[in-house]
Design a protein around this ligand. Sequence first.
Ligand code: ZN
Length: 90
Amino acid sequence: MPIRTLTFRIVTCDICGDEDTDDVLPLYDTRQIAADNARQCGWLITADQRVICPDDDRRHRAALDDLMPPEPTTEVDGQLSLDLDLGPAT
Ligand SMILES: [Zn+2]
């Protein structure tokens, strides 16, 4: 019986560690094919190669929120900032 070494890729979520599978663990020949298939299944792969599965729990939502840019702030000369503490209302 020959013993062979096979190399393949799987996709794993950076948040929960789950693999891109329902019943059968899919094995991919290349990173690109693995990434393309994961994206088609609703996974997010960021530019820096973070992988986030489509689970919708607190940890996954927090990871997605971290990817968002900060809220823009607009300052206009002579206008008070909305987060300025004006003291108790009278
Ligand atoms: Zn996950």
